[in-house]
Design a binder for this molecule. Sequence first.
Ligand SMILES: Nc1ncnc2c1ncn2[C@@H]1O[C@H](COP(=O)(O)OP(=O)(O)OP(=O)(O)O)[C@@H](O)[C@H]1O
Ligand SMILES: [Mg+2]
Length: 237
Amino acid sequence: MEPTPLINPEQYDLAPLLAAQNRTIEWLNTDDGDPFSPPNVARRSILQAANIVPLRYRAATADHPEIRQWINTLTAEARATQKKRNSPVASVGHGPSLLLLGPVGVGKTYRSYGALREMAVTGVAARWTVVTAADLYAQLQPRYGVDSETEFQRYAKASVLLIDDLGAGGKLSEHTETVNFRLINYRYDHQLPTLITSNVLPKELGARMGDRVASRLVEMCDRINITGPDRRRGVAA
Ligand SMILES: Nc1ncnc2c1ncn2[C@@H]1O[C@H](COP(=O)(O)OP(=O)(O)OP(=O)(O)O)[C@@H](O)[C@H]1O
Ligand SMILES: [Mg+2]
């Protein structure tokens, strides 16, 4: 693996992320020639994050103490495992999941991409896969010439998975209920970190996602209720 070139922190709006993680720009741009050193892993992760995060959320921050707590739990666990196994790089493996609940436009997706970006500056590697629930259901519809089971496994086994907008839309169909259950059950069984956003009310989780999914989510996730106005209103597009 090659060392990652030094990066311009302004290009990626990194200042608040570095400050939240008690890191400096000098640390990030430590030129030690070691591709496995935490600053190198952080630089590589920042470039990867920039490829995943949509334009609208390119400067997003985690902006919530409990989200930061989740990041710190996962990265501390990764470092402990690295030490135990004597591996070259700390990588997020197992750990708790997070459920961000709140009404339309309060900043759930923003904070989720903020979490992805903030994790990138820690120097702990995390391979994120990102999908909205609606896209997931569409991708997993049985289609001619597409092996939807392979697609499903890609999400089920992702190291860290962001499922945006779970429970949005109307009533559960048999297809969406099956996808929800299989995906959440897999991630529950294997304790794979999953960040889920939803605007379902806590008391309606069962009705909107199925009781068996809701029960697993309650056990596997720390839950954060995000409140506030719809930030989209009154803002020019
Ligand atoms: N803390 C923040 N600072 C600056 N802009 C923000 C912040 N939180 C959200 N926004 C902006 O507000 C808008 C709505 O945020 P976002 O898309 O995250 O809402 P949401 O809760 O995911 O809504 P929905 O339930 O409709 O998906 C976006 O343009 C986002 O960039
Ligand atoms: Mg959203």
